[in-house]
Write a protein that binds this ligand. Structure first.
Ligand code: GRF
Length: 217
């Protein structure tokens, strides 16, 4: 196998997606390894997950910086010093500056708990339920300057049930995120997909049976 891609992960909290990536990276044939986890929140639970996996961690607290530019510059320096090649946001709750986005262009992924471009931003599950959607899901996309925007690498569909609250839907979508993020990172890290004119192209893509919700009889 070719050399594993060196991955940095940015978090702000719980870190369950980070954990899914850590678990995937344990597989010998996985094309990526996590070399650094950075949190902007000192008490983030995800830092403990990284430490348990013996992955180097850093806390870079945005509150210690006079501007978003200075904070992002510190992130950029730390990532470069660690030799990071691919960057994954996993529940990272800060918007990046356009300069940082440009530096990491097409090497920077994010996970969002809706089928983008629908329901960008916060509280997506509440809005999905209020809109009466029958299917929601999650998206892994390359990061661009606008929040939750950028070429889509992979999506997973999740049915919305009549009995769902934002919490129950979030739980079901999160489970899908944990499968989707390692899958998408592997596609990017192995070079199986690439950005072409703001769309991600996968040469080996195959059509699959569509998901119906409610299911067909
Ligand atoms: C996930 O639902 C992700 O889609 C959103 O924030 C949540 C982070 O959860 N961006 P975790 O920190 O990975 O557990």
């Amino acid at each position: 196998m070719t050399k594993k891609k060196r991955v940095g992960v940015l978090i702000s909290g719980r870190g369950s997606n980070l954990q899914a990536l850590i678990n995937a990276c344990k597989k010998l044939d996985y094309p990526a390894e996590i070399v650094l986890v950075i949190s902007n929140v000192p008490q983030a639970q995800g830092l403990l997950r990284a430490e348990a996996a013996l992955i180097p961690t850093l806390t870079i607290d945005h509150k210690d910086f006079p501007s978003r530019e200075a904070f992002d510059a510190a992130l950029d320096t730390a990532l470069n010093e660690a030799g990071v090649e691919l960057l994954c946001n996993a529940g990272f709750l800060r918007l990046h500056t356009p300069d940082f986005v440009d530096r990491w262009r097409d090497r920077h992924l994010n996970v969002h708990p809706s089928l983008l471009p629908a329901f960008r931003g916060l509280h997506s599950h509440e809005r999905v339920i209020a809109a009466g959607c029958k299917i929601s899901g999650c998206t892994i996309h390359f990061v661009r300057a606008e929040m939750d925007e950028g070429p889509i690498v992979a999506q997973a569909a999740v049915p919305v049930l009549a009995s769902d609250t934002a919490e129950t839907l979030a739980t079901r979508v999160l489970e899908a995120e944990h499968h989707l993020y390692p899958h998408a990172l592997a596609l990017v890290a192995s070079g199986a997909v690439f950005v072409n004119g703001e769309r991600v192209v996968d040469a080996n893509e195959q059509a699959q049976v569509p998901l119906f919700s409610p299911p067909l009889a």
